[in-house]
Design a protein around this ligand. Structure first.
Ligand SMILES: [Zn+2]
Ligand SMILES: [Zn+2]
Length: 662
């Protein structure tokens, strides 16, 4: 039994294109393995612990489990809707996972790989609590950037150990945190240096992951603090602490395997435990698909933990490149994101289009750029104009002219060879997780088919040489069958439909080259629907608005320097009159100390000119002059916005005009 896993999605937000960047290729690989006759277990599940979930749950005023429930169900639904079909999708806050994790940690302790140490930790005197991970913000000790407690996310990207961050502040109340001593537990990662170098030299997978990891192991291996001050998580044996989320999350691969095996009647110990010996590496038939951002955890922490607790080791680690959106680095907070449900599925796009885009845009290890224009081009000019066109014109021709029944005993050598070549290329590519090459190969075969059809002109042949025409169409149907099978891992929804049209029931790789009669048993329809320009423009508009909203949100955060740019002063209104033809505007003369300013203000709906005279107000004195209804205004009056009506801000007691507001 082969075990294939995907990095666990964190149950703290919705599914986006970054998730699919890893999961779709993993699903393609699983479908391919099954076509090759392999027995595969494909598992994943929600990562439910850690401070971000607790922090967000606190913000929403709900229990962490409630938040997790919501996103867990969301992920399950979305993955299945895009055809990523896991055999088991578990959650790390389940009892079976807690039990597996506790046993795992006990094994590490028993084997002597865990020790305790007093460390200095950020503590908020106001909130009266220790501040683990996301509860604290401060300065990265390596690069000086503003960092979170566990990660220098805006600077050097380093993983930070508890207590490492400088100038810590409490994220909840903003107070300056102090350092206090507390006993925590450490995993002896440094004891695994030789093992890791040896393991990373031999494990299979993508170079991007392995090269980074080797570099890290050579440079900066440190023992790893594996406990946290939290309620939410897996309890560390005998202490009022939980294990760090990055300890328990990957153990999910094991606990989910065990649960999946209960349903599938397989032996989880066969995969993870049996045959393990202390002094050698036991290779499990385990492949982890991950994103490039979690290489450190999967190539360093995880193999060391597995070795330390007497488990088998993954035989391959496959990392996908990162995602860009419209040419910019993927970022939820800046609006460069594609939400799978809201932006894609709910708008009725065929999931196969996105699957094709993800595997075909670039190689698995490189950065993928998602752009709606490119999306439209890839669907319309590649899937439809090439693959869909060939399948439809052949099946339709056979249906119309032969009633779907096309018999021949003669297969063209060039056709037979082209199919074999494509199959060999695809198998070789997928064995190396080269999804781009594999998907290019079936598109090349479709091009070959279109050329073959075009140059043989069956629409002419049918008029003068039916026998020859029959042969050409039978050969084309052989190509159609091959295309359905070869593109099925990438385009499962569409190819299942085409398979029904040609009566193909099982998706097996050994049928690709089989020279057999292919019947068209149902009236064909075009396999793909065009993506319209208007729809893409609408999607671009939605994206632009989201980016704009994100920018505005960002603009609300100002520094002391920004604020000091404003010249705010107390002024006294000395004259006020309504501006004709305007419901809202009133023209004021305001004494701001060294001069009297003419200011137009939109306060006529709440104040009459008479009651304004003599009032002290806050004036923005360095506003750029503007004309309102043809009247010049040199300044601005501050007011509270109460349901669209202005209520003036005035000093609490009378002060000298011209007083500064700070
Ligand atoms: Zn840093
Ligand atoms: Zn605090």
């Amino acid at each position: 039994m082969k075990l294939i896993t995907c990095g666990l999605p964190y149950a703290n937000g919705k599914a986006h294109i970054g998730h699919l960047r890893t999961y779709v290729p993993a699903d393609v690989y699983v479908r391919y393995l099954r076509m090759m006759g392999e027995e595969v277990l494909f598992i994943c599940g929600s990562d439910c612990h850690g401070t971000p979930i607790v922090v967000n749950a606190e913000k929403e005023g709900v229990e962490p489990r409630k938040l997790v429930d919501r996103y867990h169900e969301h992920f399950k639904k979305v993955f299945s809707a895009v055809g990523v079909e896991f055999d088991y999708f578990g959650r790390t806050d389940s009892d079976y996972h807690h039990e597996m994790t506790e046993n795992f940690v006990k094994k590490l302790i028993e084997n002597g790989y865990v020790y305790s140490k007093e460390i200095e930790l950020a503590y908020c005197p106001k909130c009266k609590r220790f501040l683990p991970d996301r509860y604290v913000e401060g300065i990265c000790p390596y690069c000086g950037a503003i960092a979170r407690g566990d990660e220098c996310d805006q600077g050097c990207g380093r993983y930070l150990e508890p207590g490492e961050i400088k100038d810590p502040r409490c994220k909840i109340c903003g107070s300056k945190a102090e350092f206090r001593k507390q006993k925590h537990y450490f995993f002896k990662l440094t004891a695994f240096k030789e093992f890791l170098l040896n393991y990373l030299d031999r494990v299979k997978g993508t170079e991007n992951a392995l090269n980074y990891a080797k570099q890290w192991v050579r440079q900066e291996l440190k023992d790893w603090c594996i406990t946290r001050n939290l309620e939410w998580g897996v309890r560390f044996p005998g202490e009022n602490l939980v294990v760090y989320v990055w300890v328990d999350a990957p153990i999910g691969y094991i606990s989910y395997t065990r649960e999946a095996c209960k349903e599938k009647k397989c032996d989880w110990e066969e995969i993870w435990i049996k045959g393990v010996k202390k002094d050698q590496i036991k290779w499990g038939d385990i492949t982890h698909f991950i994103g490039l951002d979690i290489v450190y955890h999967h190539c360093i922490f995880w193999p060391a933990m597995l070795k330390g607790a007497d488990f088998a080791l993954p035989s391959a680690i496959v990392a996908s490149g990162m995602v860009k959106v419209e040419g910019k680095t993927f970022s939820k907070s800046r609006g460069y994101v594609v939400w799978v449900e809201d932006d894609y599925l709910n708008r009725g796009f065929n999931p196969d289009y996105l699957r094709y885009y993800i595997v075909n845009y670039t190689s698995h290890q490189k950065d993928l750029n998602f752009s709606w224009k490119v999306f439209m081009d890839k669907v319309n000019n590649e899937l439809i104009a090439n693959l869909g066109n060939f399948i439809y014109r052949v099946t339709y021709f056979a249906w119309k002219n032969f009633n779907g029944d096309v018999e021949t005993s003669e297969f063209d050598e060039e056709v037979v060879k082209a199919v074999e070549k494509a199959r060999d290329k695809i198998i070789k590519a997928l064995e190396n997780w080269d999804f781009k090459v594999a998907s290019d190969a079936f598109m090349e075969l479709a091009s070959f088919g279109n050329n073959y059809f075009q140059s043989n002109e069956p629409w002419e042949l049918i008029k003068r040489d039916v026998e020859e025409c029959t042969k050409v169409i039978a050969n084309c149907l052989h190509l159609v069958k091959a295309l359905v099978l070869l593109s099925y891992p990438v385009l499962p929804f569409t190819m299942k439909e085409v398979a029904e049209i040609i009566g193909l029931e099982d998706f097996r790789m050994d049928r690709v080259c089989e020279l057999e009669k292919v019947r068209v048993i149902k009236k064909p329809k075009p396999p793909f629907k065009k993506v319209e320009k208007e729809v893409v423009e609408e999607m671009e508009k939605i994206m632009k608005e989201r980016i704009k909203r994100a920018e505005m949100k960002k603009a609300e955060v100002v520094t002391v320097e920004d604020l000091s740019k404003l010249d705010l002063r107390i002024g006294k209104i000395v004259k006020a009159e309504k501006i004709k033809k305007s419901r809202k505007l009133v023209k004021l003369e305001v004494d701001i100390g060294d001069e009297v300013r003419q200011i137009v203000a939109g306060i006529a709906e709440t104040y009459s000119p008479q009651e304004l005279v003599g009032k002290e107000v806050v004036v923005v004195a360095n506003m750029k002059p503007a004309k309102l209804m043809g009247v010049e205004s040199r300044g601005m009056i501050l007011a509270a916005d109460v349901d669209g009506k202005a209520v003036l801000l005035t000093p609490e007691r009378e002060v000298p005009v011209g007083s500064r507001v700070r």
